[in-house]
Design a protein. Structure first.
Length: 319
């Protein structure tokens, strides 16, 4: 019997394999770090959120804004759904103790797998870029509440607390201002586990978010982004310049030097008018390695001079 696989699912899975291969070939990492990076990317296939990203991640080299929004909205809905489900597991009366604990352990595993991905895999630009640091902070806040709720479920089971008291105790442990232990320290390993989880959460927050505030959408005035440009020249023409990542933007100059100056100027003008004309954010540039993986770029650049044009925007370029 032949099983038909939906084209979008197959394309997403193939893209996941391609990213795994890209990470494997990264020469800047090796040893234990490479093993951890590959393991984290591989383990995404064991989670629901991982499959959401596999199916909805923009696969094309120039994804539309709607593609990104659809993916982000689905992930946001899933995070909120998980939080609501955890709250129901905590507050719903009755049994199913083992089922509640299993679901809580799974969500905890998924949260820390995604946070590990931000730290270890996110720096290699194989995943779509984050839309905004503010959105990431909001999702991180939801993750923190999820972790508190998960350990509240554990405390409810282990210490036989009421759901309200279990949530309060988990919140106090999260804030390192209290704990549910008695004089015999029974259940200390569970409290220690939450403290370790909280410290990992804090470390990810400091390393991935606070440390990147100055670089993410808040670049210094003298910082420049590089956009790859192609310079073509026919026998009876000027030096024409086009941008693979900024479709529809062209310029020209009588010499290569003049063309480069014009390229920087037209790129800045295009960025200033882009949102007004198209309604979309200004495109984020791909790296030269990403462009070389694009068959269309390889064809267009075969008889062109490939240059990097510095771009110092007055507005922010975001994904």
């Amino acid at each position: 019997m032949c099983i038909s696989v939906p084209p979008r699912l197959k394309a997403g899975y193939d893209d996941w394999l391609k990213k795994l291969n890209t990470l494997y070939k990264k020469r800047e990492i090796g040893g234990v770090e490479k093993f951890v990076v590959l393991a984290i990317h591989f383990l995404h296939i064991t989670t629901i959120s991982g499959w959401i990203k596999i199916i909805l991640d923009p696969i094309s080299d120039n994804p539309t804004v709607e593609d990104r929004r659809r993916r982000d909205r689905t992930i946001e809905f899933y995070v909120v759904f998980e939080l609501v489900a955890l709250q129901l597991l905590l507050w719903w009366p009755g049994g199913f103790v083992i089922s509640r604990c299993v679901i809580a352990i799974y969500v905890l595993y998924e949260i820390f797998l995604n946070l590990s991905s931000i730290v270890f895999v996110g720096k290699f630009d194989v995943y779509p870029p984050t839309v905004s640091i503010e959105r990431s902070l909001l999702l991180f806040g939801f993750n923190a509440i999820q972790v508190i709720t998960i350990f509240a479920i554990f405390y409810w089971v282990y210490f036989d607390f009421s759901p309200y008291m279990a949530f309060i105790e988990a919140t106090l442990v999260f804030g390192t201002v209290g704990h549910p232990l008695g004089n015999d320290l029974a259940g200390g390993e569970l409290v220690a586990l939450q403290i370790m989880a909280d410290f990992v959460l804090l470390a990810v927050f400091l390393g991935a978010f606070v440390g990147s505030l100055s670089a993410f959408k808040r670049r210094r005035p003298d910082a420049a982004t590089l956009y790859i440009a192609l310079i073509h020249k026919d026998a009876d023409s000027a030096y024409g310049v086009s941008f693979p990542d900024v479709p529809g933007v062209f310029t020209a100059g009588d010499s290569i030097d003049r063309a480069m100056l014009m390229a920087a100027a037209v790129l800045k003008c295009a960025a200033e008018d882009w949102s007004n004309l198209s309604g979309d954010k200004f495109p984020v540039p791909r790296t030269i390695d990403e462009l070389r993986a694009d068959a269309d770029f390889r064809q267009r650049s075969a008889d062109a001079v490939v240059v990097a044009v510095p771009f110092r925007p007055n507005i922010e370029a975001v994904a």
